[in-house]
Design a protein. Structure first.
Lengths: 290, 263
């Protein structure tokens, strides 16, 4: 697929290396969420697991470029057998956040995470994805029993002394309104998490979500004349590493033209915002960062 | 003529706490500070924003523009503090609307002319001061999310050896290499979310070696709480000054900083 024409869409400059993402579990997941924008599943090997060796190579480059913070996602990151070693290497250089569905957060893993966190000045953060409060909303998207198991993982983290951020998609009833958000925080307090942390996320109408919900409309594109702000859009200051190379952002890893090179250095160049997902980020102010 | 090394006091985040500001200035001079610097955010949170300006003038405090001053001077509808959570923004808006209403027009004009950064050189060290960061007035530089490689890059780009910032309200010092340092000077308007009611400024001794001391400042907390009550400021703010625990602006905290507080 060829690069889109810069005359038809806005071009975003790359300002600085603030955020580096790793697709550490590739597109391999223990769930098949029906809203996944990259259709992760146990069988999706489009992007493979990243190895410690590969991540370490990128970390060396990231150190010289002065990266501010690191994020790990998948798929399900805890399916990567080298994740703890990868996090240990990362936390020597900066803060790290892991995005998880919470299912593999047993008490032993949570204690290991806490031990890791205790050895560094930098923050180690965990983000647990929810699609609603209770099995009815959440399990419809993620599979039977997943709400209960995710919350058990959250409890294990809390008991170990780590306070996760709950990342809640707009499929959760009322999460977009301040009152709905407040209700969600109260529910977390009732659950026993006295300092609840919450991040709402928009849906991207691609991948599995295009079948479950809807695909993008033709008009959901940015125009060349749209003023875009590289300080607000995450592609102005971050990139995503997968087993296939360096991509512009965590959302567009199934878009061949969004692959920006093999090294971080190759990837620090402007990007043409030609894709419907770019419209979502711009219009809704989405950032994958916490 | 100064015989010893330069000693300067640097603080930020006054947040209209005129009682703490007066106490900090007095204490800094008693500790031998030759110059006083304020890195911005004079208003917000506390009562009577107009009481801050005469104190800054009396003590000759060199003042930088924070996001609060930038917003007030430009007549913006909000403080541009950089919060992402609706509850944080709700309380930030109460602060801002109150401060905007009570800040005299002449003070707003004065704010418009304040510098955003300040550079100087002492003992062969290139010093740079800014509010949030040199690149963005409302950037939060927290201790647990401002790693050494990132700060080193920032100092390279800015051609500086010592960077002083504020904006977060939490003080820290990170040594990048023997003669390269970043200091967040913290806030003298609000306690540092550690269950103690004092506020903090940074006392820097700029000799061959750099010494950074975070100085606790005690002031009449109950008098401030009383003024806040009279001005009908939120009970949540009053609780913070009386207990030393933050009750608002919590969602923006990184994991480590959030874990350290009560809420």
């Amino acid at each position: 697929m060829s690069e889109p024409s810069p005359s038809a869409y806005p071009t975003l400059p790359f300002l600085a290396w603030d955020t580096l993402w790793f697709q550490v579990a590739g597109t391999i997941c223990n769930l098949r969420c029906t809203h996944c924008f990259i259709s992760c599943s146990p069988a999706n090997h489009t992007h493979g697991m990243l190895t410690l060796e590969s991540v370490s190579r990128y970390l060396r480059e990231a150190e010289s470029l002065g990266v501010k913070e690191y994020y790990f996602t998948g798929g399900e990151p805890f399916m990567n057998r080298e994740l703890f070693q990868i996090l240990e290497a990362t936390l020597e250089l900066g803060p790290a956040t892991v995005l998880t569905n919470g299912l593999l957060l047993d008490a032993r893993r949570c204690r290991r995470l806490k031990a890791l966190e205790s050895t560094t000045d930098y923050s180690l953060d965990l983000r647990i994805s929810l699609d609603g409060w209770g099995s009815e909303d959440h399990d419809r998207i993620r599979g039977e029993g997943t709400f209960h198991r995710a919350m058990q993982g959250a409890r294990n983290l809390w008991d170990a002394g780590l306070n996760p951020v709950f990342t809640v998609t707009e499929l959760a009833q009322g999460i977009a309104s301040p009152a709905g958000r407040q209700r969600f925080l109260e529910q977390l307090r009732d659950f026993g998490i006295s300092k609840p942390r919450l991040k709402a996320l928009s849906l991207f109408h691609m991948g599995s979500e295009a079948q479950r919900g809807r695909g993008y409309h033709p008009w959901e594109r940015l125009e060349a004349s749209t003023p875009v702000n590289p300080e607000k859009l995450q592609c102005g200051s971050g990139r995503m590493v997968t087993s296939q190379g360096v991509y512009v952002c965590p959302i567009l890893i199934d878009t061949p033209a969004a692959r920006m090179g093999q090294s971080l250095e190759e990837a620090q160049r402007p990007f043409v915002l030609a894709y419907p997902a770019c419209h979502t980020c711009h219009v809704q102010g989405v950032t994958c960062r916490t | 003529m100064s015989l010893g090394p330069d000693r300067i006091a640097v603080f930020g985040g006054v947040y209209s706490n005129h009682l703490a500001l007066e106490a900090a200035c007095r204490q800094a001079l008693a500790q031998g500070a030759q110059s006083l610097y304020c890195l911005g955010d004079l208003g917000a949170f506390g009562p009577h924003p107009e009481r801050v300006f005469p104190i800054l003038e009396r003590y000759g405090v060199v003042t930088l523009q924070g996001n609060y001053e930038e917003s007030l001077a430009a007549g913006r509808p909000d403080c541009n503090c950089g919060y992402t959570d609706p509850r944080d923004n709700h309380f930030a808006q109460i602060s801002y609307d109150y401060t905007a209403e009570k800040t005299p027009a002449a003070a707003k004009r004065w704010m418009a002319g304040l510098p955003k950064t300040l550079r100087m050189e002492r003992a062969g060290r290139r010093i740079l001061m800014a509010h949030g960061s040199p690149r963005r007035i409302n950037e939060f530089l927290w201790h647990s999310t401002s790693p050494v490689p990132f700060l080193s890059r920032m100092l390279d780009e800015q051609r500086a050896d010592l960077l002083l910032v504020t904006h977060t309200g939490l003080h820290w010092h990170r040594r990048l290499s023997p003669r390269r340092d970043v200091v967040n000077v913290g806030s003298i308007g609000r306690p540092a979310n550690d269950g103690r009611t004092h506020v903090t400024y940074a006392l820097l001794t700029l000799g061959e070696a750099l010494q950074v001391e975070f100085v606790p400042v005690s002031y009449d907390v109950e008098a401030l709480a009383q003024e806040m009550r009279q001005e009908k400021l939120p009970e949540e703010f009053i609780e913070t000054v009386r207990t030393g625990w933050w009750t608002t602006c919590l969602e923006i905290l990184p994991a480590k900083e959030r874990a350290a507080g009560r809420y």
